[in-house]
Design a protein. Structure first.
Length: 358
């Protein structure tokens, strides 16, 4: 079968759960769709079993394994959307940077970008083509889902990827990155431009392979003040949203950048914005003026509360956001120490919302 026939065959399967797509179209629903950032991950014993057998990039690069891990939270927790098991760092890797994942410690890039000369080591052309294993995983997962729930594809935002590419790993302050952007503003712009062009091709290819929705994770944009944000983050997100939106609805997750909500909600091609738990839902609605759907923002730490308490907190959260253009989610990823029952309590509380006392 050629790629084209597979795409046509896949789209022919009718989606049985359209809640996420309806919320993205700003429809009012009886209850919101629910999924959890990092829902395919270490809190699931079934994930841990595969993690013992295969290393991180083997899991990411083997479509059958990525597909199996993507389906786990659908079968075990019952979320309304699947998000492909992959990582934002596959893009720098495809551009030619070595990326290691140290289990339990996080990513480590031994030869980070330090100055203009390092840009020569990076290859933007063909990087999106090298990620064909991701498109294969999407096609396989799409077939395995058989229309049960929509599939979310994703990428890291250019600024967040730059943070890892320059700092060489995770950090609380990304101080090497901040110094790099100040010392070499032109090199930073050049690097962001090249990441953006790869990301656009990559996300459009994900949509063509069958991703129903695209999310862009700007996990570190909270490091930037408004002025820096307007140079290092927003222009690139705007280019991506505009280019990708004709192919699939786009959700942005600008973690920690509450000041950017008015601007992002007026950016062409943005269907939804994910917010973290530091912002009050009413304030988020006010800042975004009903122009986009909102996603979030349950404090991931609250998943340690009792299931009864989680249910109450979820009900209050949905009351505060309202059921028009709203996607229930966490304010950041679920942590490995959360009991599976508590994750299920969160999801069930959303699903039972219409029956909840109001
Ligand atoms: O959400 C999902 O379930 C889909 C899969 C997914 C992963 N990473 C798998 C993963 C997604 C959407 C990501 C995105 C990602 N990766 C982000 C943005 C989201 C966020 O949390 O802010 C970032 C910053 C990364 C980079 C990254 N990958 C880090 C910092 C780490 C180590 C920290 C951690 O959570 O372990 C990873 C590893 C990683 N990516 C794991 C998973 C399931 C854990 C790997 C393991 O030890 O098994």
């Amino acid at each position: 079968m050629t790629d084209t026939t597979m795409t046509i065959a896949d789209t022919a399967v009718e989606l049985q759960n359209e809640l996420l797509l309806k919320a993205l179209r700003l429809e009012t629903l009886d209850r919101p769709p629910v999924w959890m950032m990092r829902q395919a991950g270490r809190y699931l014993p079934e994930y841990m079993a595969l993690r013992r057998k295969y290393d991180f990039f083997t899991r990411v690069q083997t479509p059958e394994l990525a597909c199996e891990i993507t389906l786990q939270p659908i079968d075990i927790i019952g979320v309304d959307a699947a998000i492909l098991f992959s990582d934002i760092l596959v893009v720098p890797q495809a551009m030619g940077l070595e990326v290691n994942m140290e289990e339990g410690r996080g990513p480590w890039l031994p030869s980070p970008v330090q100055d203009a000369s390092d840009l020569k080591r990076l290859h933007a052309e063909e990087a999106a083509e090298k990620l064909s294993y991701v498109y294969d995983a999407i096609r396989l997962t799409r077939r395995a889902l058989n229309g049960r729930v929509p599939l979310i594809g994703f990428a890291g935002a250019p600024f967040t990827l730059l943070c890892y590419m320059v700092d060489g790993g995770g950090s609380k302050t990304f101080s090497k990155t901040m110094a790099f952007c100040e010392t070499f503003p032109d090199v930073a712009q050049q690097l962001l431009r090249s990441i953006t062009s790869v990301t656009i091709d990559y996300l459009i290819a994900q949509a063509h392979a069958g991703a129903d929705v695209i999310q862009v994770f700007d996990s570190w944009s909270g490091l930037l003040d408004e002025q820096a944000y307007s140079q290092l983050s927003h222009p690139w997100l705007a280019m991506i949203a505009e280019a990708v939106a004709p192919h699939a609805p786009v959700i942005l997750f600008p973690k920690g950048s509450n000041h950017a909500l008015p601007l992002l909600s007026q950016t062409q091609g943005v269907s939804a914005i994910g917010i973290d738990w530091t912002l009050d839902p009413a304030q988020a609605r006010q800042l975004t003026g009903g122009r986009v759907a909102l996603q979030g923002n349950f404090n991931p730490q609250w998943l340690h509360h009792s299931p009864a308490q989680i249910r109450q907190e979820v009900t209050a959260m949905i009351d505060a956001f309202g059921t028009r253009g709203y996607i229930a989610n966490l304010g950041h990823g679920i942590t490995p120490d959360v009991p599976v029952d508590h994750a299920r309590a969160f999801v069930n509380a959303v699903k039972e919302y219409s029956h909840a006392e109001k």
